[in-house]
Design a protein around this ligand. Sequence first.
Ligand code: GTP
Ligand code: MG
Length: 201
Amino acid sequence: MNISSAVFKCSSQKVSQIPSDGLPEFAFIGRSNVGKSSLINMLTGRPALAKVSGTPGKTRLINHFLVNGNWYLVDLPGYGYARVSKGQREGFSKLITGYIKNSPQLVMLFVLVDSRLEPQKIDLEFINFLGENAIPFGIVFTKTDKLTPSKTKANIEAYSRMLLETWEELPPLFVTSSEKKLGRDQILGFIAGCMEEISRK
Ligand code: GTP
Ligand code: MG
């Protein structure tokens, strides 16, 4: 997919504020600092579109970016960020679950996980929550430039084996590095496929 335009549309503090123009939404979520905003910039080829930070908890609102004038890329706040108050954390969590459960335009949720880590409890709980609510999702392994290809492969295989203990089939998996611009064609190709299906309906 060629990205001819990608522009910031709005930040929403509440689900009631998200755009109501009916355009399809593809959202990105994962633990704080996993690389969501960097991935959005890499996918769109706009390095300064979403704010990136070495400090976790940078993205605190639901951010909509309009791509090619006909779909939204949605940057969600990270979950599991420890260094905020319990009340704030509950607020983010309510915002995230509210968005996921009440967005009829949400086509696909990309769940980002750090390719260097063992499966994390918080990610697995979140993935199970998606399953229980029948939310279509895929898993994006991030920061693979920090591993050797063989270690990346081994980690993804271990992740897949673990998912197959609870799931009958694997969700779509994407292997990425925003640093090295890896996985761009796979994710954009997947989104293009979804958009084609939508336009045929
Ligand atoms: P929050 O908004 O705080 O939830 O974080 P986020 O998930 O949006 O992460 P962000 O994109 O801001 O990146 C966090 C840190 O990881 C930054 O220092 C990035 O430069 C770094 N980072 C992100 N993606 C990659 C990658 O593919 N490779 C490497 N080496 N570093 C990355
Ligand atoms: Mg972010």
